[in-house]
Design a protein around this ligand. Structure first.
Ligand SMILES: NC(=O)c1ccc[n+]([C@@H]2O[C@H](COP(=O)([O-])OP(=O)(O)OC[C@H]3O[C@@H](n4cnc5c(N)ncnc54)[C@H](O)[C@@H]3O)[C@@H](O)[C@H]2O)c1
Length: 243
């Protein structure tokens, strides 16, 4: 039980993060569930064997340092990091403030950098570790009313690739999953609109929105030994929308 190591999952109160936390707990990891919503993270952790919840703002350097220290103290060194915390809101650039732009960048790109920086020294010292960044199709293509979100996810994809180049030789694999539209609160802008959903369903090979479990299953594969030759990969989990 919990013999695989310690998996730290950010955004664990949210749809994809919670599914990843559950899947990695089933895989045998002791899971640290982190989220800005500390109560939500604690609730998710309470349902999982050997998991613990922690409050963490991934966009705040001190909060990340404090949360990672608390994880280390209660569960041990982090062997797997999954950056699933994220921020999305539709916007038009002419009306977007610098503050809002920075919020996209801080949560979606700087957060994963801060988390990786906090856990990499121990992974490098151990000569083993795995990081998966939850990017988005928005990291590889443009989209309507999401320029800042796309820019932040593009930055995260490039961070993923460069971290894999730097730290792969030290035993740390770093990969990206790019979900398409997934059935979580982040998709509220469309998922309750029957007409828009029907149009969306007709536009992609899978013919439907994805589930958080379908993303979690790919994350589980990427952190596991079956993906041992995968470094810096971009894995689309998008129902074929980008095909
Ligand atoms: N749902 C989709 O359609 C979709 C598509 C592509 C990519 N993604 C990405 O998947 C990831 C998970 O999204 P989701 O669909 O589960 O959304 P969600 O809204 O259900 O969950 C996001 C979680 O991130 C947390 N969070 C936000 N800001 C944070 C911060 N500063 N510090 C710590 N936690 C913070 C929220 O509290 C929330 O629990 C995100 O990175 C998102 O960009 C989602």
């Amino acid at each position: 039980m919990n013999s695989e190591g310690v998996a730290l999952v950010t955004g664990a109160a949210g749809g994809i993060g919670a599914a990843v936390a559950r899947r990695l707990a089933e895989d045998g990891f002791a899971v640290a569930c982190l989220d800005l919503d500390g109560d939500g993270a604690a609730k998710r952790a309470a349902d999982l064997d050997g998991a613990r919840g922690f409050t963490c703002d991934v966009a705040d350097e001190d909060s990340v340092a404090g949360a990672v220290a608390a994880v280390r103290e209660s569960l041990g060194e982090v062997t797997v990091l999954v950056n699933a915390a994220g921020y999305f809101a539709r916007h038009d650039v002419p009306e977007l403030s610098v503050r809002e732009w920075q919020h996209f960048m801080n949560v979606n790109a700087m957060g994963p950098f801060l988390m990786a920086r906090a856990v990499l020294p121990a992974m490098v010292a151990a000569g083993a570790g795995s990081i998966v960044n939850v990017v988005s199709t928005a990291g590889v293509r443009g989209g309507r009313q999401r320029a800042a979100y796309c820019a932040s996810k593009g930055a995260l994809l490039q961070l993923t690739r460069s971290l894999s180049v730097d730290h792969g030789p030290q035993g740390v694999r770093v990969n990206a999953v790019c979900p398409g539209l997934i059935d979580t609160p982040m998709a509220d802008w469309i998922r309750h609109d029957a007409t828009a959903m029907a149009e969306f369903d007709a536009s992609l090979p899978a013919g439907r929105i994805g589930t958080p479990q379908e993303v979690a299953d790919v994350v589980s594969f990427l952190v596991g030994p079956s993906a041992g030759y995968m470094h810096g990969a971009t894995v689309m989990v998008d129902g074929g929308i980008s095909a």
